[in-house]
Design a protein around this ligand. Structure first.
Ligand SMILES: *Cc1c(COP(=O)(O)O)cnc(C)c1O
Length: 340
């Protein structure tokens, strides 16, 4: 069946596809992988995911390359990270093989929704795991459902790769110092909605959170990691409250390959005055370059991109990573899974 979707106009939103895939853990084991055409789930009203937030998720993309082949980017890393998140919330880790098989199945079943190469769009896969055992007392579930749904999403920069402004706000924290920030938990997003809303109202694309303990170091940039370029080095915060971004991990490798020194360390707020580039990074955008960072509490405005344009390191990394995802650049690290 063909589509008549205007791929280049797709937003980053939900667009229905034909199938999703599911697997349930019950009686101490994972059951068969099931294919569903339903967009809803039927769960108990007392399920732990609904009451006590036992919900974790992932996000990854499949791309149609210039050669027509479909590639899924670094899905094994997403599988491993979902397992870390599961352990963090006492949930049942999904075996890597089941995760990978389900990703491939989901892409194949929905192949007609994988956008053409020229559109710059992609198929976004959203795996999620929920506790489904009914509980009223606070305790982890015994049963879990793991689902992979997908939706085609448009290019992140429909009007071209460009900078946005962000802000620092001390009024809210996304996570606690030794809390759930290092895991991909739905509740972390719930905790960040208020701050994000306020930033958007003030005209910023995201909040640059500070470390929740001392409010001294840079942490994450909304739902993305943060990096900067200082004296030609790629610097990115290291902290227990940061979700380890697979995009950031990939950019660090590519920077290293390009001969750029990489430092994972604490970065103080004042250091922003000395960086030549800064960006948020994650699956959605790869790199989202930052023009200016306004500290709402001190009134200091850090002008990062003085000419308003993405810097050379960010541009090179962005092109390189996208090139690998679309099969234009050699995949020397074996990051792509090609769907046969
Ligand atoms: C998903 C996510 C990221 C980005 O991770 P990628 O694997 O690069 O997509 C960064 N920070 C948070 C809080 C996230 O949830």
């Amino acid at each position: 069946m063909e589509n008549n979707i205007d791929w280049s106009k797709l937003p980053f939103g939900y667009y229905p596809t034909d199938y999703n895939v599911r697997c349930t853990f019950r009686n101490g084991q994972w059951g068969p992988i099931e294919v569903s055409q339903s967009e809803t789930i039927n769960i108990h009203i007392a399920a732990t995911s609904l009451h006590y937030g036992q919900e974790i998720f992932e996000g990854l993309k499949a791309f149609r390359g210039a050669d027509g082949k479909i590639r899924i980017f670094r899905m094994r890393e997403n599988a491993k990270r979902l397992q870390e998140s599961a352990r963090g919330l006492l949930m049942e880790p999904v075996p890597v093989e089941i995760f990978e098989e389900m990703c491939i199945k989901c892409v194949k079943l929905n192949e007609r929704f994988v956008p053409p190469y020229e559109s710059g769009a992609s198929l976004y896969l959203r795996p999620l795991e929920i506790g489904i055992t009914p509980r009223i007392g606070v305790k982890e579930a015994d049963e879990y459902t793991f689902i992979i749904m997908c939706t085609p999403v448009g290019p992140y920069f429909p009007s071209g790769f460009g900078c946005t402004n962000i802000c620092i706000m001390r009024e809210f924290d996304r996570v606690a110092p030794q809390g759930t920030g290092r895991w991909k938990v739905g509740g972390n997003y719930a905790a960040s909605l208020g701050a994000g809303h306020k930033a958007h109202e003030l005209g910023y694309s995201a909040v640059l959170y500070l470390d929740p303990k001392e409010k001294k170091y840079l942490d994450e940039c909304g739902p993305a990691n943060f990096y900067a370029v200082k004296d030609g080095k790629y610097i990115t915060p290291k902290s227990d409250s940061i979700l380890p971004s697979i995009t950031n991990m990939s950019l660090m490798q590519l920077a290293h390959d390009m001969g750029i020194e990489v430092e994972e360390r604490h970065i103080t707020v004042d250091e922003l005055a000395t960086v030549s580039e800064a960006a948020a990074c994650g699956t959605a955008a790869v790199c989202s370059p930052i023009g200016r960072i306004d500290d709402l509490d001190t009134g200091i405005k850090y002008e990062i991109a003085k000419d308003g344009k993405p810097g050379p390191v960010t541009t090179a990394l962005y092109n390189k990573l996208n090139g690998i995802r679309y099969g234009l650049e050699p995949d020397v690290h074996g990051w792509n899974t090609i769907i046969e």
